[in-house]
Write a protein that binds this ligand. Structure first.
Ligand code: TYD
Ligand code: MG
Length: 456
C-alpha cells in the first residue's frame, strides 16, 4: 500500500480521519475536516512499537525536591499594563500568543514593547509578513518610543526567521502574524491549519531550546477565537486577547491562559496619535463619562482577575411599538438579562412586559460575572420608575432565581476601590460584612427591597 501523503484532520479539535468526512468524529462539528499534507518524515508510524533504550544514554528522571529552584526571570517592558497582564514581564524561553481583530492595535503594542525592550538592553527581532519594513518604519515614527534599534524583517519563511533570530542572538522574536508564516517542511499555503500548527510547534521548541522569548500575533475569527486550530492555544504558554470597541479609544488586554501568571487579568490602554498609552486607573476612566441624576444608571465593581474595576451599567426601558418587545444587551449575556427581568417580574412585582429593554455596560466592558446582577437590576428598576439611583452608591451582588441577594467574591476589595473613587454606600447582600472605612453597607436580603429603595 502506498504511504499516505496527507491526512484529513479537524481544524477544531485536531482529530484525524482516514478519509474526508462532513462531520468530525472527534468533536462533532460540521465542515471542519480538511485535508492536510504530512510533514516530511513526520507523522505516527503505525507499525512501530516503542522500544526501551538502555539506561546508559536515556534521560534520568529526578525527584521534584531535587530540582533546583531557579527564580523566574522576567524582562519588563515598562509598558505597565502589558507587564501586569503578562504577570510581571516577558519570560525568557516562553511563547506568547496575542489575538485580536484587525486594526485593534496588536502590531502597535508589540512594536512599542519591542522598542522598550531594546532600550532596556534586549535585542529584538520583529518579523512581519503583514507589513513591509517600510510600513513598520512609518508606524514607528508615530510612536512616543524610539523603535530605531529594533531589527525588522519582512519575511514569511519560518526557517529564515529562526535563522535570522539565531544569527542575531535575539532575546525576543515577534512574529506578526502566525497566519502569514510557513515552514518549508510542509507544502501547504501559509495560514493553513497544518502550517499554523507546525510553525507553532517549531517556534515553541525554538523558544525552549534557545531561551528566546517568542511572541506571535494571531488573527481572530468571526466567532471571536484565534484563527487556526485550538491546539495553537494549547501549545503556547500564554494567550492574550486584545480587544475594544471600534468606536472607542479604549483597548483591553486580557490573559486567558498564562503559565507564568494569573489569568483573566485586565490591562487597559488608550489608543492615541502616538501609540498606546497604559491607563493606570481604569475605574476613573470608565466612570468619567457618567452623568449624575440620570435614571437607568448604576455603578458596580467587577473583579477583573485580581483587580477590582468600577463600571457603569445603563438600562433603558421604553414603551414598545407593535409586536414582541425588544431585549437588547450589550456587554451582557442576553440570557442573563432575560433571567433578571423574569426575577424582577415574578419576585418584585415590576412589569417590563410591554417595554423594550436595552442594557449596556459602558466603555465596552463585559459584565461576565454574577456580581454585576444587582447593578443590572438596579439600572432596570431605576429606568422603569424614572428615578435616578443615588450618586454615592455602588451595587454588588448576585441575584438568585428566588429573588434572594447573594454575596459575591472579594467584596472588600471591590468596596475599597469604590471608596477610593468617592463612593460612600454599597447595596449588597446582608450576608456581607464590610470593614472599609467610609463605606456603609445597605444590606439586602431580597430583590423586593432593592425595588422599594429605588422606587421610593
Ligand atoms: P495596528 O497595530 O495596525 O492593529 P493590528 O495589528 O491589531 O491590526 O493598529 C492600527 C490602528 O491603530 C490604525 O487604525 C491606526 C491606529 N493607530 C493610532 O491611532 N495611533 C498610533 O500611534 C498608531 C501607530 C496606530
Ligand atoms: Mg497588525
Amino acid at each position: 500500500m502506498a504511504r499516505a501523503r496527507s491526512v484529513y484532520r479537524c481544524t477544531e479539535c485536531g482529530h484525524d480521519h482516514p478519509k474526508w468526512a462532513g462531520r468530525c468524529e472527534g468533536c462533532g462539528e460540521w465542515n471542519t475536516v480538511a485535508e492536510e499534507p504530512i510533514a516530511v518524515g513526520a507523522g505516527p508510524s503505525a507499525n512501530r512499537t516503542v522500544r526501551a533504550r538502555g539506561s546508559a544514554g536515556g534521560p534520568r528522571p529526578s525527584r521534584l525536591r531535587e530540582i533546583a529552584q531557579s527564580p523566574l526571570e522576567r524582562w519588563r517592558t515598562g509598558l505597565d499594563e502589558f507587564d501586569f497582564v503578562l504577570g510581571g514581564g516577558v519570560v525568557p524561553g516562553s511563547m506568547t500568543l496575542i489575538g485580536g481583530e484587525p486594526g485593534i492595535g496588536k502590531s502597535t503594542l508589540l512594536l512599542q514593547a519591542a522598542a522598550r525592550l531594546e532600550a532596556a538592553g534586549r535585542s529584538v527581532l520583529y518579523a512581519s509578513g503583514e507589513e513591509s519594513p517600510d510600513q513598520l518604519r512609518l508606524r514607528a515614527e508615530r510612536l512616543r518610543e524610539d523603535a530605531g534599534a529594533v531589527h525588522v524583517l519582512g519575511e514569511t519563511s519560518l526557517e529564515r526567521i529562526v535563522g535570522a533570530a539565531t544569527a542575531l542572538h535575539a532575546d525576543v522574536v515577534v512574529i506578526d502574524s502566525i497566519q502569514t508564516v510557513y515552514t518549508e517542511m510542509l507544502e501547504s499555503a501559509p495560514g493553513n491549519v497544518g502550517q499554523v500548527r507546525e510553525c507553532s510547534g517549531q517556534l515553541m521548541r525554538f523558544a525552549k531550546e534557545s531561551g528566546t522569548a517568542v511572541v506571535v500575533v494571531g488573527h481572530v475569527t468571526k466567532g471571536g477565537g484565534i484563527a487556526g486550530p485550538k491546539t495553537l492555544e494549547h501549545i503556547v504558554d500564554t494567550v492574550l486577547y486584545f480587544e475594544g470597541e471600534a468606536t472607542l479609544d479604549y483597548r483591553m488586554l486580557r490573559a486567558t491562559k498564562n503559565r507564568f501568571g494569573s489569568v483573566d487579568e485586565l490591562g487597559v490602554f488608550t489608543m492615541t496619535g502616538e501609540g498606546l498609552v497604559p491607563v493606570p486607573n481604569p475605574s476613573a476612566v470608565f466612570l468619567a463619562a457618567r452623568a449624575d441624576g440620570i435614571s437607568g444608571s448604576a455603578v458596580t465593581a467587577l473583579m477583573e482577575g485580581t483587580r477590582p474595576v468600577l463600571v457603569e451599567v445603563q438600562a433603558l426601558a421604553a414603551r414598545s411599538g407593535y409586536g414582541t418587545p425588544q431585549r437588547v444587551a450589550t456587554g451582557l449575556d442576553p440570557k442573563r438579562l432575560a433571567v433578571l427581568l423574569a426575577v424582577l417580574e415574578r419576585r418584585a412585582e415590576t412589569s417590563f412586559a410591554d417595554l423594550d429593554v436595552f442594557v449596556q455596560a459602558t466603555a465596552g466592558v463585559r459584565l461576565a460575572e454574577p456580581g454585576a446582577d444587582l447593578a443590572v437590576a438596579a439600572a432596570l428598576v431605576s429606568s422603569l420608575y424614572n428615578r435616578p439611583a443615588p450618586a454615592d452608591v455602588i451595587f454588588v451582588g448576585e441575584v438568585g432565581l428566588g429573588g434572594e441577594i447573594r454575596p459575591s467574591a472579594a467584596v472588600e476589595r471591590r468596596v475599597a476601590e469604590a471608596a477610593r473613587l468617592g463612593f460612600r454606600r454599597v447595596f449588597g447582600s446582608a450576608r456581607n460584612s464590610i470593614k472599609v472605612p467610609g463605606m456603609q453597607l445597605v444590606p439586602l436580603e431580597h430583590i423586593g427591597q432593592l425595588v422599594r429603595a429605588l422606587a421610593a
